[in-house]
Design a protein around this ligand. Structure first.
Ligand SMILES: [Zn+2]
Length: 322
């Protein structure tokens, strides 16, 4: 009988794959997929013949008895082979129960004796029915499946999920941009706050590094800051944030910027135009931007660390909490 032979062949083959040292197990890719199809086809035939559940496990056990002498790895891996088969049978039983119901509905609605590609894809996508299984079931009912349509629906779905990934990537970039922009604005507030709290107008920026998670600001200062000073700097920055001050940008010459008391790097050539960012009445700094629109958008400023960077240069790491 054809079904018996198919079961015997498939289970023998599956037993050898599972018993192999390479350790292939049923899955949806590559060799794992081939193995899964062998096992699931056997189970389906076994069901048709009313072979009880785990019948294929007994068949596999018999295969190992028969070949174990010649292929000792089968005997060594007996436990693993049988438990993998059992697990796959359980997984398949769950899938089948739900999927067969859906398949029968789909088959009943099939027009011109043909299941359309989108329905076949739905069986695959939602119930894990491989297209081969849908085809076999359709054949038993004397109907066909639009296989080309299935592959089109499959490709369309992949395109969409890739577009979704691109969208997620883009919004991730936007979030990143927003976070770094806010931290950059906080850096300006920090710079000015240090000058105010330490009462030193010669403090200047020696480096700045901003990620989406934190800011790092290096500045000229001869000694370690006390906890009280750090707290005062933190408080002063948060005060400016709570004042919800607009952040504006103006272009002017370096001379004009200097005249207005802007701080920042005056490396540009004399007469060249630079951007000056102003935060209310608190901070004015030459900078390329970009910045947040209002200090109120920054969140809560927290200094995480103050340490030496190099001789005469201190380093502060800080974050903005929501
Ligand atoms: Zn800046």
């Amino acid at each position: 009988m054809k079904a018996f032979r198919i079961i015997a062949d498939h289970i023998r083959c599956a037993t050898f794959i599972l018993g192999d040292q390479r350790g292939v197990t049923p899955s949806n890719v590559d060799q794992g997929y081939i193995l899964r199809r062998l096992i699931r086809r056997s189970i389906r035939y076994a069901m048709q013949l009313n072979i009880p559940r785990y019948g294929i496990v007994e068949i596999a056990s018999a295969v190992i008895d028969q070949y174990g002498d010649v292929y000792p790895e089968l005997e060594e891996n007996r436990e693993k082979v049988l438990s993998e088969l059992k697990r796959e049978e359980n997984r398949f039983a769950d899938t089948l129960k739900k999927g067969i119901k859906e398949f029968n509905k789909t088959a009943a609605n099939a027009r011109d004796g043909k299941i359309d590609g989108i329905s076949a894809f739905h069986l695959y996508d939602t119930y894990g029915f491989p297209i081969e299984l849908t085809m076999e079931l359709a054949q038993e009912k004397g109907i066909t499946v639009d296989v080309d349509g299935f592959h089109e629906a499959f490709a369309e779905h992949q395109k969409k999920s890739q577009a979704g990934a691109t969208q997620r990537f883009k919004s991730g970039l936007a979030d990143h941009q927003e976070a770094t922009t806010a931290l950059h604005s906080a850096t300006h507030l920090l710079h000015k706050a240090l000058r105010v709290v330490l009462n030193d107008d010669t403090i200047s920026q020696k480096g700045s590094n901003i990620t989406a998670e934190r800011l790092r600001f290096d500045f000229s200062f001869p000694r370690k800051l006390t906890p009280e000073e750090l707290k005062a700097v933190e408080d002063l920055v948060n005060e400016q944030i709570q004042r919800h001050m607009p952040i504006t940008c103006e272009e002017m010459t370096v001379a004009e910027a200097k005249a207005q008391g802007a701080i920042g790097l005056f490396e540009s050539k004399y007469g060249e135009r630079v951007k000056v960012y102003t935060m209310g009445d608190f901070s004015k700094e030459i900078c390329g931007g970009p910045h947040a629109e209002n200090t109120g958008d920054l969140g809560h400023f927290v200094i995480k660390k103050e340490e030496a960077s190099s001789s005469g240069v201190r380093r502060i790491k800080a974050v903005l909490e929501k």
